[in-house]
Ligand binder design. Structure first.
Ligand code: SAH
Length: 246
């Protein structure tokens, strides 16, 4: 069969419609079918009435992406949606890898606002200097490698942004991560976390690294650990670029 379809991998931003890019909205409007994890498909459903939707539960990423490529092979224009940015712990890599089996297939990656930027805007300016993004999920990365990355980022005085900070099986991982970071950073390092960025129930908190160590967060949270110069100013968390020192 002639392949006339196309697969877009679209980052839909952290949650609210306003935080989707115009390109993401246009791409979804022009797609024949939108494919994604059930929670994300439910987030966008109301904005694309009448659109064919195909959702699968979490943990079925490979099947979902393969299905998207198969729809496109039948001639459809397909959008695979991811929260935030499609290339930051998103589906862009997997779709491109699977597409090796569909050599003629046209693929386009559409970026989105990642949780680190959207959450940073809520807190103020916590990642206004060099930062490392580290996921605490050990589903696809060995835990000791995650630990090594945390230690090196902490030692290099990078601002650290943590994705997937917790889950039912990993309830103590944030505590573990903070203990590692404390080997190189002071207990009063300014930290923050934002829950449900851009969604109902958004919450922000600013606290010290010592306090963060004993805080329980959920998987819909992004955590920010400042560098040695990060400070608070009223309700804001700020990692200065240094303009005021020159
Ligand atoms: N592709 C996504 C990240 C997927 S990994 C992006 O670029 O944002 C999932 C993790 O991202 C979550 O565990 C959480 O740490 C973070 N995250 C994604 N959306 C979020 C939101 N709306 N509020 C808070 N954290 C979010």
């Amino acid at each position: 069969m002639k392949q006339t379809g196309k697969v877009y991998v679209v980052g839909i931003g952290p949650g609210s419609y306003e935080q989707m890019t115009i390109k993401a909205v246009r791409t979804l409007e022009q797609s024949d079918i939108i494919v994604g994890y059930t929670v994300y498909v439910d987030l966008i459903r109301e904005y694309f009435p009448g659109k064919e939707l195909f959702s699968t539960p979490m943990m079925q990423e490979v099947d979902r992406c393969r299905k998207a490529l198969e729809f496109a092979a039948e001639g459809k224009v397909v959008s695979v949606i991811c929260s935030g940015d499609s290339g930051v712990y998103g589906m862009a890599g997997l779709v491109l890898e699977l597409a090796e089996q569909f050599p003629e297939m046209e693929i386009e990656i559409v970026p989105g606002v990642t949780a680190a930027s959207a959450g940073a805007a809520v807190l103020g300016a916590p990642i206004c200097h060099d930062f490392a993004v580290i996921s605490l999920s050990d589903l696809l990365t060995p835990k000791d490698l995650i630990g090594k990355r945390l230690l090196h980022a902490a030692e290099a005085d990078m601002i650290i942004c943590l994705y997937n900070p917790s889950s039912k099986k990993r309830a103590d991982y944030l505590h573990w991560a903070c203990e590692l970071i404390l080997q190189h950073r002071s207990a009063d390092t300014v930290c923050g976390y934002v829950k449900q960025i851009g969604r109902d129930g958004q919450e922000k908190h600013v606290l010290t690294l010592e306090e963060l160590k004993d805080t329980q967060v959920d998987m819909f949270t992004t955590v920010f650990i400042g560098n040695s110069r990060t400070k608070t100013d009223g309700e804001w968390m700020i990692s200065p670029r240094g303009y005021r020192n020159v």
